[in-house]
Design a protein around this ligand. Sequence first.
Ligand code: C5P
Length: 324
Amino acid sequence: WLALAVITLQTTALVLVLRYSRASTPGPPYLASTAVLLTELCKLVAIVVTIWLENGRSIGRLASVIGSEVLGKPRETLRLSVPSFLYTIQNNLQFVALTNLDAATFQVSYQLKILMTALMSSLMLKKRVRPHQWLALVVLVTGVCLVQAPRADPAASPERGSSLLGLSAVLAACVSSGYSGVYFERVVKYGPPQSLSIRNLQLSVFSLPFGAAAVLFNDGAAVAEHGLLHGYTRYTWLVIVLQAFGGLVVSLTMKYADNILKGFATSISILLSALVSWALLGDVQPSWSLACGAGLVVCATFAYGYSPRPAGLASQDPRELLQV
Ligand code: C5P
C-alpha cells in the first residue's frame, strides 16, 4: 500500500514537472530521448547499489551475483529484452504526448492503459474479467472522451502543439504499458524464483542500449551539434530522478500488488494533477465535461476493482477482491 501511495504522488509530480519542464524553456527544449537514456542510467546505478547492499556491501559478491544471475542466465535475461524495448519506446512517447497535450488530458487519456492492462491480464495471465468490470471499462472510455471533448476545437489551445499527435502517442504508450506491465508481472510472479533487483537489472541491461539507439535514431544530429545535455534545466534533472524513482516503485507494485492496483493509484493522481495543473500551470480550464469525465473515469476505476464479497469472508485479502 505504501508503494501504491508513493506511486500516486510520484505520477502526479512527474506529469506536472515534465509538462512544466517542456513548457517553461524559452529556447529549444532539451532532447527527450537523452532524458530517457539518463533515466535508465540513473535506474541502473540505483539497482546495482541495491544489489550491492543486499549482498553485504561486498564488491566481489556483487560481481559474482551479476555474473551468475544476469550473464550466466542468458535465456532469462533475454526474455526481459521484450518489455525493455517497449518501455524505451513508451518512455519516449510520454514526452511526445506531454509536449502536445496538457497535463490533465494526458493523465486522463493515459488511463486507457487500465483497459489494455485488463485485456493483457486476461489474455496473458488468464485472469477472469467479470461482466461488470467490462462495463466499468466502457464507462472509463466514455469518461476519457468527455474529458477530451472540449479540446476538439484546436483554436481553443493554439500554442499546445498537435493534439492528434499527442493522443496517438498516448494510445501507443497505453498498449505498450499494458503489455509490458503484464509481461513483467508474469516473469516476476510466475517465472523462476528470482529477486526483484535481479529482474530489474535484467530489464535495465537492455534499456541502456535501446535508450542510446533511440537517441541516435531520433536526435543523433542534434546531439552531435549541441551535445547531450543541451537545453537541460534543473527541472529536467528533476524529471529524470522522478522517472527513475517511479520506475523502481512500479516494479515493487508489480511484485507485491499487481498492475490493476497500480492503475488505481495512477487514476487518483489524475485528480491531484488536474487540481495542481489548474492552480499552478493555468493550462486547464475547469468545465462540466472535464469534471464529469474525470468523475466517470475515477468511478469506473473503482467499479472495476469492485467484487461482491461473499458472506462470511470478512477477512478476505483485499488484493483478492481487486482481482481481475
Ligand atoms: O505507465 P506505466 O505504468 O506503464 O509506466 C511504467 C514505467 O515504469 C516505465 O517508465 C518503465 O520504464 C518503468 N519500469 C521500470 N522497471 C520495471 C517496470 C517498469 O523502471 N521493472
